[in-house]
Design a protein around this ligand. Structure first.
Ligand code: ADP
Length: 398
């Protein structure tokens, strides 16, 4: 009898990402990406054995249509009967969920309750969940929340310093994100270093297009840089990160902008893109900075400085530092950013090992500090899909 496989789904409002994984080996047997959902020219792209092909979804351009097409594709490859359970990424579980959970009607109602905290994402997750329930009849569904890992953050770190009534009435507080990645990377770091995660004070920087940083002690999240929404914290691809909230009043008065326009500018037109005026893509920024582009150089300087400054403050949250961990597309690949960030951190006892730093890329884990460093810096590739598959298999009893 062959091992049951896990289908992992990540639904956005106009997209659906899927992957079929072998939970034991981590091998991805099939992946797909549906785009332009709810538009007449919706389509889904499948990748199987390195080959890609596109299927038109115009006859049924919604989440259900995409999951139906996925089921057809699984049948073609004889994979449909091997799926044992489905795991769903959910952006916000608010304060209701501190871990992954098997889906029942109560859980669906819980995800609905959290819609105000993730108004674009949670409704899309529910569409994907309902489509999966109706098309993969009888299979268990599990939800894995981006916020769950951060539910251990203490009150003095998750509250904003504003009147408590906004927390009490509206749940206005810091929730964080990237929790599934942090959980995976914390475990992998401990494994890689041959230590018990409870004995490690870690600062993990998840640096992708969206970027955040988390202090982990005793295996638990103690603080994180994203807040009520992913806008808070580090400089990101298109997000400003931390900014004086008075910019809203200032721009409304001086630039005649609306709240919606300012919010859009801070989320979509800022960060590396806004500073450089060129791109949100870190590779492009590094290339152009090397050629002397002023905006690209400033974008890199600001990204690196903000990150180093946050590492200092996260050392307070973790109660010290044993391991600084880089992950995400930038963290796993940019030796330049890692070297320059560590250049700020000599006072925490970190010294870069140039050669090791150059080697740690393209999915290779590695320690990138010298042996005489008081703490280690390490590169650990993340794998959120595998973490979702692990939770799904465990909770489904597979
Ligand atoms: P997302 O948040 O969309 O999942 P990823 O984790 O895939 O993002 O990271 C994407 C970012 O990683 C992009 O800014 C990209 O330029 C950057 N990146 C990928 N490879 C490199 C590299 N070799 N050097 C610098 N940046 C890189």
């Amino acid at each position: 009898m062959s091992q049951k496989l896990i289908l992992v789904l990540n639904c956005g409002s106009s997209s659906l990402k899927g992957a079929v994984l072998d939970n034991n080996s981590g091998e991805v047997l099939l992946s797909c990406l549906a785009e332009k959902l709810n538009l007449p020219d919706a389509y889904i792209t499948f990748k199987v054995n390195g080959e890609k092909h596109k299927v038109d979804l115009s006859a049924k351009p919604d989440h259900t249509g995409a999951v139906e097409a996925l089921m057809e594709e699984l049948k073609v490859h004889g994979l449909d009967s091997r799926i044992g359970a489905i795991g769903h990424r959910v952006v916000s579980g608010g304060e209701l969920y501190s871990e992954s959970i098997l889906v029942d009607d109560e859980v669906i109602a819980g995800i609905e309750k959290c819609i105000p905290l993730a108004p674009l994402h949670n409704p899309a997750h529910l569409l994907g969940l309902r489509a999966a329930q109706s098309i993969f009849k009888g299979l268990p569904n599990v939800v894995v929340f981006d916020t769950a890992f951060h539910q251990t953050i203490p009150e003095h770190a998750y509250k904003y310093a504003i009147p408590q009534e906004y927390y009490e009435k509206y749940g206005l507080r810091r929730y964080g994100a990237h929790g599934t990645s942090y959980r995976f990377v914390a475990d992998e770091t401990a494994r890689f270093l041959g230590k018990d995660k409870k004995d490690l004070r870690m600062i993990i920087a998840h640096l992708g297009n969206g970027a955040s940083i988390t202090a982990v002690a005793n295996g638990e999240s103690r603080d994180t840089s994203m807040g009520l929404t992913p806008l808070e914290g580090l400089v990101m691809g298109t997000r400003s990160g931390d900014i004086d909230p008075a910019v809203f009043g200032f721009l409304a008065e001086n630039a005649n902008m609306t709240i919606a326009q300012i919010t859009e500018m801070l989320n979509k037109k800022s960060g590396l893109l806004g500073i450089s005026g060129l791109s949100n893509d870190c590779r492009t920024i590094e290339e152009e900075a090397a050629k002397g582009h002023k905006g690209a150089k400033l974008a890199l300087d600001m990204f690196i400085y903000r990150l180093a400054k946050y590492i200092g403050s996260m050392a307070v949250a973790a109660g010290g530092l044993d391991a600084l961990v880089f992950t995400g597309g930038i963290g796993e690949n940019s030796d330049i950013i890692r070297e320059r960030v560590i250049g700020y951190l000599g006072f925490l006892g970190l010294n870069i090992d140039q050669e090791a730093n150059l080697k740690a890329r393209f999915g290779n884990a590695g320690v990138i500090t010298t042996a005489d460093s008081k703490a280690v810096a390490v590169v650990i590739p993340t794998n959120e899909e595998l973490m979702i598959a692990h939770d799904t298999a465990r909770l489904s009893g597979l």
